[in-house]
Design a protein around this ligand. Structure first.
Ligand code: 5CA
Ligand code: ZN
Length: 409
């Protein structure tokens, strides 16, 4: 699949700082030390509805991770998937009497437009589940042949007990895992499973549903977790730097994915850090396609809301916190954007050398965007109330805000 066009990232004077980030697996902050090429996998959308603010907030967090790395003069190898075949997508297509491939293509195209408008850096490899199937089948066969997977009425399940490290990503107790598994695509109640938590690797073809040749597995389609594992191992290899997604992916998705990969390769860990963004809500509930309480990026764009203001709304919240989308948080961002633009539109100003370091430090400190925004606010306020005579300052502030926060002033 093709991704979307990259917006240019201006180079800043000096050098950025190494990122210290909260890792779900250890429950604490770790300093990432990627090599010259940092490797990151971020779980992509299931394209049955348009990009909402929750998606945008999560992709914003991982865009910042990359901007911090780029500022340290590293290259970034970024991979993202599209879950372009899965139960919720097929169910929506049936509900609306639409061809599932057309639905997936249309919503993926809209997602690309939204990501472009928000200046999110594109992945180097943007891979659909369907195109990954030829690589998924041999992995499932290998797991089965190694005794880590078993068959149940034609479906193939992964045995969580085959991974001694199972449970080390999310650190949840058995009961919490069972509840979340039922809520998030698992089938803990299905009779005949070795462990209720065991997730499906390959689903035998169902009447009226799409299916693919699965070699010795028979016709069918892949399970959800193995999709991301196959794509990540193919394009990044084992022990990459960051596995990212919203906090609702910590269990079961990232837990199961880590186990699949660890059993397949005999190596540990799958990712050096598991990083999770908080949930964005609307009217007291998590914004979700299944609940339908959504604010779409594309709808705001159509209403002529500046994408830079949408992005500033996301940045005003710490990525790990759960927060509510309201008209007020957007209005605050529109106002902040206007203040910043007025401040950089002057021909000269207050030196911005210290500001560059403050923004760098704030982001390196577990992506503390509220602190980064507060630093720019202070510069803009002083600039407006008096300013200075540094001719390079407004340009440097614009480039800093663009390079590190993805906002075009
Ligand atoms: N295709 C899978 C990942 S492989 C999937 O979860 N797709 S999704 O479309 O449901 O979500 C895409 C990303 O947005 C995930 O990282 C998910 O955690 C995140 N996300 C979904 N809803 C919210 C929300 N309300 N707030 C923050 N992030 C969210
Ligand atoms: Zn995923």
């Amino acid at each position: 699949m093709h991704a979307w066009p990259a917006s240019e990232v201006p180079a800043l004077p000096g050098k950025g700082r190494d990122l210290r980030i909260h890792d779900t697996a250890t429950g604490g902050r770790i300093t990432l030390d990627p090599g010259p090429v940092a490797r990151i996998y971020v779980c992509g959308i299931t394209p049955y509805d348009a990009t909402h603010m929750g998606h945008a907030a999560t992709y914003n967090a991982f865009d910042l991770v990359q901007r911090v790395w780029l500022d340290t003069k590293r290259q970034v190898h970024y991979v993202q998937n599209v879950t372009d075949v899965d139960d919720p997508l097929l169910e929506r297509a049936v509900r609306d009497g639409e061809d599932w491939t057309e639905l997936a293509e249309r919503e993926t195209a809209l997602f690309r437009e939204d990501m472009t408008a928000l200046r999110m850096l594109p992945p180097k490899h943007y891979i659909g589940a369907v195109e990954a199937i030829p690589g998924i089948v041999p992995l499932v066969e290998r797991l089965r042949d190694a005794g880590a997977a078993y068959e149940l009425d034609g479906d193939v399940y992964f045995s969580v007990e085959s991974d001694p490290h199972f449970g080390e990503v999310s650190n949840l107790d058995a009961e919490a895992m069972r509840l979340l598994s039922a809520e998030r695509g698992g089938d803990p109640e299905r009779p005949g499973k070795k462990n209720p938590l065991d997730p499906m690797l390959w689903m035998a073809a169902r009447e009226g549903e799409p299916s693919w040749d699965g070699g010795s597995l028979g016709r069918g389609r892949p399970g959800w977790h193995i999709e991301c594992v196959a794509i990540a191992l193919d394009h990044l290899g084992m022990t990459f730097d960051v596995q990212g997604g919203g906090s609702d992916l910590a269990f079961p998705h990232h837990e199961m994915g880590a186990s699949h990969a660890q059993v397949l390769t005999g190596e540990h860990p799958f990712a050096k850090a598991y990083v999770h963004a908080g949930m964005v809500g609307l009217d007291g509930e998590k914004m979700s396609k299944s609940k339908g309480n959504l604010v779409f990026v594309s709808a705001l764009r159509r209403a002529d809301v500046d994408p830079a203001a949408i992005r500033l709304t996301l940045l005003a919240h710490h990525y790990r916190s759960d927060w509510e989308w309201t008209d007020q948080v957007l209005a605050d961002a529109v106002e902040r954007l206007a203040r910043w633009r007025a401040a950089v539109s002057r021909p000269d100003g207050l030196s911005a050398d210290a500001l560059v370091e403050e923004v760098r430090e704030a982001l390196a400190d577990d992506l503390d965007t509220p602190a980064a925004l507060a630093a720019v606010d202070r510069w803009a306020e002083l600039q407006t109330s008096g300013g200075g005579t540094d001719e390079g300052a407004p340009g440097l502030v614009s480039r800093t805000v663009d390079a590190l926060l993805g906002v075009a002033l």
